[in-house]
Design a protein. Structure first.
Ligand SMILES: C[S@@+](CC[C@H](N)C(=O)[O-])C[C@H]1O[C@@H](n2cnc3c(N)ncnc32)[C@H](O)[C@@H]1O
Length: 195
């Protein structure tokens, strides 16, 4: 497994480079749709890079960052609440959040379907989900997939349309944007999972 607990400083310094400027522009426009003072959750937040991007644009939002690695959260910014925990068992009540962010973390979740169930539980109807991921169909993405398997990580990498399809089955309307070997899915939750 990747020892995230010991990698906080490394991620704090380098992890933002994975997010291209064009994604940040898309992310900014999504953030404009979040209601004033809304609660947002950064899942698998690590050192809170996505929350930091968001805070630069929306200081009014109420930020929570959740990650199992205390050594990553230690380097997360002080403006948000920090919670040690897993995507598969989010310790928040139903419909609490206006928006959820998952940056470069979904493929680390041991039980992706369980994580999606939790995501749909804590997100309000009409709430927004932003997933930033690595495309295993691109050469760099395939190498990262291979590397993570060597580290015995879950490596649940999905092609963009595959992940968007899974999210659609769980009640999301998705838009995909591509950034070479990375992609983002911006999704709105309609409040109903298919039976
Ligand atoms: C590659 S890091 C990305 C961190 C951060 N989102 C960023 O963009 O820098 C992946 C993070 O997922 C976390 N993680 C691993 N398994 C998880 C799980 N089941 N639930 C939530 N987070 C998890 C790790 O501890 C790690 O901090």
């Amino acid at each position: 497994m990747i020892p995230f607990n010991r990698l906080g400083l490394v991620f704090k310094i380098f992890a933002s480079f994975i997010y291209p400027r064009s994604f940040r522009a898309v992310f900014s426009s999504v953030l404009q749709k979040v209601p004033k003072s809304g609660a947002v959750l950064d899942i698998g937040s690590g050192t809170g890079i996505l929350s930091r991007f968001a805070y630069d644009i929306r200081k009014d939002l109420l930020y929570t960052m959740i990650d199992p690695a205390a050594g990553m959260l230690r380097f997360a910014p002080g403006f948000g609440r920090k919670v040690i925990g897993l995507a598969e068992s989010l310790p928040f009540r139903r419909g609490f959040f206006e928006a959820l962010f998952i940056g470069d973390a979904f493929h680390h979740f041991g039980k992706p379907q369980k994580a999606i169930e939790e995501i749909t539980r804590v997100l309000k109807p009409k709430g927004l989900l932003v997933v930033f991921e690595i495309d295993p169909g691109a050469v760099v993405g395939a190498l990262i997939t291979w590397g993570e398997r060597i580290f015995r990580e879950p490596a649940h990498f999905y092609r963009p349309r595959h992940l968007a399809g899974i999210l659609a089955e769980n009640g999301f309307e998705c838009t995909i944007s591509h950034y070479g070997w990375r992609y983002a899915i911006i999704a709105e939750y309609n409040g109903f999972r298919s039976p």
